[in-house]
Design a protein around this ligand. Structure first.
Ligand code: NAD
Length: 475
């Protein structure tokens, strides 16, 4: 049984002032595998004070110095990739291939930020003014459990590139992964206080960071409900706030799509990260005339989807992260049935042969109407809805009939037609005939999927404030 009893403040591993012990689980067995000692509000204040002290000199560092720091961080996170992969499988339950991708992603985002920083000009001209982009101050970075190291590194990379210092508050459910990533980042040898990592409860440590007057900026990834709480808490001191929240992404199959290609992509997009993905394409919009054909392809694709032991290389879908998440998915499957949707595949309970662990059956509902609960609320598990439409106008209307707007997908054999549909969908990112990720492009949501953008230039500027200096060249 592992005990994680240190947090990271001012360049050192320290025992938290908080004393609560929180159980860590292996979701594939539902067994406790460790305990993490949680930080409290006092720890959060110490971390903020350290970040504030460090900001004075760090904000004035040359960009070349910060590029080198990001490279060192990339190298040390890469060096811990195997250990991190193992922890992702054990503590989060991601299937092996996904876990490898997640570990690589955590180090790659640091390199991506270095690239953006290298080509970024912090001063530009506007008429007779010099516009100087200045780091905001101490950034509070609050992250969820569904890609612990990736979110920590992604947010930290942008903050450091900008010249901000940071206090990171990871999910309390990811203690083992956070410990590995903290050690790796420590080995990169940044000045003390530039980043601090305090694992604690959201309503304690997260709330302290969101309200503290010495925190200038919050970057949060998580649920829409917590995002609203953070925005309200930050309003008191007018913090700059970036929110990456939930989604209910439409996967639009146009009537000319090649289903042999589009259906496997739809199933992959829906079941990615075991369905615990904010960008999952959970509403599949199918032209009514091609429904039967689509259903046949979809049924076959789901039959080939393996839910089970994350260590088995053939597994596509691992367990849900927690008992609470398992129950949530079960509840939504029941609601779907009660509201009259038809099960095309899957259903309630565990997959055959899996008695322990928080495994769910990969589930696809058909005959779903867009006003049903399963089409409106984020389930955060491998549960997809097929919704039919009669014409392109209706497809676009259904795609946009949601409180969310994080991502959308359009499948068509006519790319210009797909582009025109994409231009009318309200989402921060639209993927046409692909599931590709572009790390230099901005990422974030329209509507209740969030505020602001991460990654690339936009992500860097989310940690900067423009200052206009007029008259410098007057003489
Ligand atoms: P969550 O909102 O419950 O928690 C996210 C983080 O916020 C955790 O670290 C948590 O401890 C903290 N938190 C909780 N209450 C807080 C408070 N009052 N003040 C400050 N911090 C608080 O989300 P989760 O259950 O960890 O993650 C799942 C959710 O995250 C899903 O809804 C999903 O859509 C969303 N998500 C979004 C993205 C994206 O990029 N848009 C990516 C991944 C996950």
């Amino acid at each position: 049984m592992r005990l994680i009893d240190q947090i990271y403040i001012d360049g050192a591993f320290v025992t938290p002032h908080g004393t609560e012990l929180f159980d860590l689980y292996n979701p594939a067995t539902a067994q406790v595998i460790g305990k993490v000692r949680l930080a409290d509000a006092e720890d959060a204040r110490r971390a903020i004070a350290a970040a504030k002290r460090a900001f004075r000199s760090f904000s004035g560092t040359d960009k070349a110095v910060r590029v080198r720091m990001l490279h060192r961080m990339h190298e040390s996170v890469s060096a811990h990739a195997d250990e991190l992969t193992e922890a992702v499988i054990e503590e989060y339950g991601a299937p092996m291939s996904r876990a490898h991708w997640m570990a690589a992603h955590a180090s790659n985002v640091l390199l991506d930020a270095a690239k953006v920083l290298e080509s970024y000009d912090f001063t530009r001209r506007a008429g007779i003014a010099d516009v100087v982009m200045q780091p905001l101050g101490v950034a509070g970075l609050i992250t969820p459990w569904n890609s612990d190291a990736g979110f920590i590194c992604g947010k930290l990379a942008a903050a450091i590139a900008a010249g901000c210092t940071a206090v990171v508050k990871p999910s309390e459910m990811s203690g083992i992964q956070t410990q590995i990533i903290t050690r790796a980042l420590h080995e990169a040898g940044l000045p003390p206080g530039v980043f601090n990592i305090v694992t604690g409860r959201g309503e304690v440590v997260g709330a302290e960071i969101s309200a503290h007057p010495d925190v200038a900026k919050i970057s949060f990834t998580g649920s829409t409900v917590v995002g609203r709480t953070i925005l309200r808490a930050g309003a008191e001191t007018l913090k700059r706030v970036t929110l990456e929240l939930g989604g209910k992404s439409p996967f639009v199959i146009l009537d000319d799509a090649n289903l042999a290609e589009a259906v496997p992509l739809a199933i992959q997009a829906g079941f990615m990260n075991s369905g615990q993905a904010c960008i999952a394409g959970t509403r599949i919009l199918v032209p009514v005339g091609r429904l039967k054909e689509f259903e046949e392809f979809a049924k076959a694709a789901v039959e080939q989807t393996r839910a089970g032991d994350p260590r088995d290389p053939k597994t596509d879908i691992g367990p849900m992260v927690s008992q609470k998440q398992w129950e949530r998915v079960q509840r939504y499957i029941r609601i779907g049935i009660d509201e009259g949707a038809k099960l095309l595949a899957g259903g309630e309970g565990r997959p055959q042969g899996l008695e322990a662990g928080w495994f769910v059956r990969p589930t696809v509902f058909t005959s779903v109407r867009n006003d049903m609960t399963i089409a409106r609320e984020e389930i955060f598990g491998p549960v997809l809805s097929i919704i039919t439409y009669r014409n392109e106008e209706e497809a676009i209307a259904i795609a946009n009939d949601t409180a969310y707007g994080l991502q959308a997908y359009v499948m068509s054999s006519d790319v210009s037609r797909a582009r025109s549909v994409a231009s009318r969908i309200d989402a921060g990112r639209v993927l046409i005939n692909t599931l590709a990720h572009e790390p230099l492009a901005p990422f974030g949501g329209f509507k209740q999927s969030g505020i602001g953008r991460e990654y690339g230039r936009f992500g860097l500027e989310a940690f900067l404030e423009p200052k206009s200096v007029v008259g410098a060249n007057a003489a």
